[in-house]
Write a protein that binds this ligand. Structure first.
Ligand SMILES: [Zn+2]
Length: 86
């Protein structure tokens, strides 16, 4: 039984950097994890972003740059529109 709000791919991507940086509170975290478990597109983006953040963090204490997030959102929207409604 799902009583939590459903993340759309777009919402999830907008909040992904908070999630990956551990800045997100636990109810939202588990909602994101539930979406990732069902959505291979978001899972791939999440995994890629996580690795990107790790690379950035290995070099300098940066947050995820805005441009990177925007490009990921655009790429995901393209994928989702090609695959129909995800
Ligand atoms: Zn998704």
């Amino acid at each position: 039984m799902e009583t939590t709000r459903q993340y759309t791919c777009k919402n999830l991507l907008q909040e992904l950097s908070d999630y990956l940086e551990g800045a997100m509170e636990s109810p939202a975290r588990s909602e994101i994890e539930a979406h990732l478990a069902k959505c291979p597109n978001c899972w791939v983006v999440c995994d890629t972003t996580k690795k990107t953040i790790q690379v950035f963090k290995g070099m300098e204490p940066y947050p995820l740059p805005e441009g990177v997030k925007g490009r990921l959102v655009k790429a995901l929207e393209k994928k989702c529109s090609r695959a129909g409604q995800a």
